[in-house]
Design a protein around this ligand. Structure first.
Ligand code: SIN
Length: 313
């Protein structure tokens, strides 16, 4: 009998999971207990784990096919395309591109046609204070809206635009992000396939609603963004070194709090699983042109990385 223990750590979402060693091959019973806890609590914190990129990848495979971060090759861990570096630790004397990732409310990879299902982040180093991650329960955000607004959102699609991924990014990195990720359309509300609950899928990276003007869309988007991250819907995770945190992008938004001393290191590695749901490009013709231009310029991921590095010089 497995000794997995699940203890809620937030009212809106979040649970701590102990009694399992994620560096070892997990049994089917352990995986199904973790999946059940994940569906119930949305965010799972596994303290005191000993992981490296290989064992993190192996653990992630239990939850689906890994994303290879082709949407942002410059953020990849050297040697592991499926691992993202969330780190301000200099590489060759330069700040890595992922140093300020995720500092507005978002759900992972919603600027792609195949947004992430799960995300796993493992903490290797942390600043002495700050650098937390906040998570908001988007089931509660949706369920607490009036029936009229819910009905409107049930029938609405939103445009997610990578140019809204937040300030504090290098302009060269932003240009590469935009070239690789033309705007995409997703429903404003998504039903979770396991929980069978509907969740708001609107966050700071939504530019407009399909079939509505920006002037009409923006006040509603702004309202939803404020509404969905009220403290009563939020769990704030204070990282400890060796925490592995697993979250569900289909029913929450999250934000990396950039409130720490930049002379201290916040060094983490991340994997994501690809979702089963596919969205569509807002403008397929413009997207094709962007992809063709990218190929014509022979802008492979290595070229993009090299281009960004030279701009940093
Ligand atoms: C992310 O959005 O994946 C980054 C989360 C974090 O660094 O806290």
């Amino acid at each position: 009998m497995s000794a997995i223990h699940v203890q809620p750590i937030g009212y809106a979402l979040g649970a701590k999971v102990t009694g399992v060693d994620l560096s070892k091959t997990l049994g089917a019973d352990e995986v199904s207990q973790i999946k059940a806890a994940w569906t119930k609590h949305l965010v799972l914190v596994f303290p005191g784990q000993d992981l490296d990129p290989e064992t993190l990848i192996a653990f992630t495979r239990h939850f689906g096919e890994l994303d290879d971060y082709a949407s942002q090759p410059f953020n990849r861990h050297p040697g592991h395309d499926e691992v993202m570096l969330l780190s301000n630790k200099p590489i060759d004397g330069k700040l890595p591109p992922g140093a300020n990732n995720g500092q507005n409310w978002h759900t992972d990879l919603s600027y792609t046609t195949r947004p992430a299902k799960g995300t796993m982040v493992y903490c290797i180093e942390k600043p002495s204070v700050g650098g937390d991650t906040m998570f908001a329960n988007m089931y509660l955000a949706y369920e607490s809206l009036s029936p009229k607004l819910r009905a409107f959102l049930d029938d609405t699609e939103a445009v997610h635009d990578v140019s809204l991924i937040s300030a504090r990014r290098d302009p060269a990195i932003m240009e590469a992000f935009k070239r690789l990720n033309p705007p995409v359309v997703h429903p404003a509300v998504r039903e979770h396939p396991d929980a069978h609950r509907r969740a708001l899928y609107v966050n700071d990276r939504v530019r407009t609603f399909v079939g509505m003007s920006d002037a009409e869309s923006k006040p509603i988007i702004q309202f939803l963004c404020q509404h969905s991250v009220q403290p009563r819907f939020v769990y704030r995770h204070r990282w400890e070194v060796r925490d592995l945190v697993l979250w569900d992008n289909r029913c929450l938004t999250h934000l990396a709090v950039g409130d720490y001393d930049p002379r201290e290191f916040r060094h983490m590695i991340r994997t994501s699983t690809m979702g089963d749901y596919h969205g569509r490009l807002e403008n397929p013709e413009a997207a094709k042109a962007a992809q063709a231009a990218l190929k014509a310029a022979a802008a492979t991921s290595q070229d993009i990385v090299a281009g960004i590095s030279s701009l940093h010089d």
